[in-house]
Design a protein. Structure first.
Lengths: 320, 184
């Protein structure tokens, strides 16, 4: 009889508990959705850090098993690969010689014009220990955190090119969002920096290896196969990182910009290890911070020396 | 004791969900935490089911790039619906549980996607394709996991097995040939 009563009590309480839990979750969601640039939350950070202790050995074991089977498979093509690699080494040796000559020349020129070298940053190797458990998203978690010097928005690269940026950091892990995510964007250029004037913005399309580039003037000629690099104008990624290659151009006109489709250089779907560039964003000058579309905090604007007669349009803020 | 077993199963499910994508991409279409939450909800204890749903959901959200609380919201809702249905309808048969897993998966995916859309987020991929693959993957693997969980958790099943495989002496006694020999 007592069991029967408690069961009834459970049934009576369940709807109230459900409402409370749903409300709590909804508030959590709304709070999380408010901040679009980062996923840095205490709950998230500590869950990731705790899960890493279990995840790291599991990933090591699964990677070792995968590697073993892959090595057996790859043994079959080893001879052919060996011949190809020998040829490549010869070609690279020639390229290296050329590169050394060019570097020396570059150094001489830089010292001549007294340019400050701003592109020096440390690289930290990291292993992907977990992928997004949800089918709807594609972020990854690496085994390096703020104890290793990682901070929010640091660029993540592979040896082939740009992969993404850090969105949450715990003491021992970091979560990064891929460049292919539709919330990711980077200031980019088609062709070499300083040579080309095809500047634009590369955005993710939520596709595995496809990106789209907008705002490139329609009068600028763009060829399929050209390489796209970062310009560093976004203040997140350093200039000169390879993003990908142009696969399709929807040609614009004198007044309509091109729409350029790009295939990422980094093999996003098969990444196992990445490098995090310990690159700090350059602090924007005061006048630039005061621009209406680059500032969120109105009080900051009021404190600056800029004439605040024209109020900033916070709605026009671009979070990309 | 059963609560501890379900809690352990839930922790393993969350870790599997996080790990298996590294091994093979298609394995991401199996929603392990949903399967365990659905199983817990079928045990007819709504409060436990709701708590399992919320905790598992928040754990998945924390490891995911989606909104914190979205998976918890959908799993809590699914847990409540299943426990309410299980209270009114007899769902102890495995065949009846298959549509329950499928429906739970469908509701969970739609609520999760819908909550993101409402709050201005855009999950990647085609909703139809993702929901379809998740539905197939979760229903198939969920059915197998339900059988495994039943064999591990339920003492009743052990008893049923003993009854099903009856002792040999009983069958021998009813054998007409042997009886005939005895008479001879």
């Amino acid at each position: 009889m007592a069991i029967e009563r408690s069961q009834k009590e459970v049934w009576r309480l369940a709807p109230y508990l459900m409402v409370v839990l749903l409300l709590g979750n909804f508030i959590l969601m709304a709070f999380d959705a408010k901040e679009e640039n980062s996923k840095q939350r205490v709950l998230r950070v500590w869950t990731q850090a705790a899960a890493e202790f279990v995840q790291s050995p599991v990933t090591t074991v699964t990677s070792a098993a995968n590697g073993y089977f892959q090595s057996i498979y790859q043994l079959r093509t080893a001879q052919t690969d060996n011949d190809v690699l020998k040829e490549k080494i010869q070609a690279l040796e020639i390229e290296l010689q050329d590169s050394k000559t060019m570097t020396a020349e570059n150094e001489r020129l830089k010292s001549l014009i007294q340019l400050k070298d701003e592109t020096k940053y440390k690289v930290l190797m990291a292993k992907i220990v977990g992928r997004d458990p949800s089918t709807w998203f594609d972020s990854s978690i690496v085994n390096r955190g703020n104890l290793d010097g990682i901070k929010l928005n640091m660029p993540v690269v592979t040896n082939e090119g740009l992969a993404g940026r850090v969105i949450a950091v715990s003491p021992i892990t970091s979560q990064f969002v891929l460049i292919t995510d539709d919330k990711s964007a980077a200031a980019a250029i088609v062709g070499q920096l300083g040579v080309s004037n095809a500047l634009g913005v590369v955005r993710g399309m939520n596709d595995k290896d496809q990106l789209v580039m907008n705002y490139v003037p329609g009068s600028t000629p763009i060829e399929v196969g050209e390489t796209v690099y970062t310009t560093g104008l976004d203040g997140i990624y350093p200039p000169g990182l390879k993003i990908g290659e142009v696969t399709e151009v929807r040609t614009g006109s004198a007044t309509v910009p091109h729409v350029i489709y790009i295939k990422t250089s980094a093999k996003i779907s098969s990444m196992q290890e990445v490098a995090i560039l310990l690159y700090q964003q350059t602090e924007r000058p005061k006048y630039e911070q005061a621009l209406p579309n680059t500032i969120k905090d109105v009080n900051m604007l009021a404190n600056s020396n800029v004439n605040t007669a024209a109020k900033p349009n916070t709605n026009a803020n671009t979070n990309r | 004791m059963e609560q501890i077993k379900i809690t352990v199963a839930l922790i393993i499910a969350v870790l599997l969900q996080w790990t298996l994508r590294n091994v093979a991409e298609p394995l991401t279409y199996i929603d392990f935490p949903l399967i365990i939450v659905a199983y817990a909800a079928l045990q007819r204890n709504s409060i436990n089911a709701l708590l399992y749903g919320t905790i598992a959901g928040i754990a998945v959200d924390a490891l995911s790039g989606g909104l914190l609380g979205a998976k918890a919201f959908s799993l809590t809702l699914v847990a409540y619906i299943i426990s309410e249905v299980a209270r009114r309808v007899y769902l102890d048969n495995l065949l009846l549980r298959i549509p329950v897993i499928a429906s739970a998966c469908l509701v969970n995916s739609l609520v999760y996607f819908g909550m993101h859309k409402i709050l201005g987020q855009s999950p990647s991929g085609s909703p139809v394709v993702t929901v379809a693959y998740t539905l197939i993957g979760t229903t198939v693997i969920g059915t197998v996991i339900f059988v495994i969980l039943e064999s591990f958790f339920s003492e009743k099943v052990q008893k049923n097995k003993r009854d099903f495989f009856a002792p040999q002496k009983d069958t021998r006694r009813r054998n007409p040939i042997r009886l005939g020999r005895r008479r001879g």
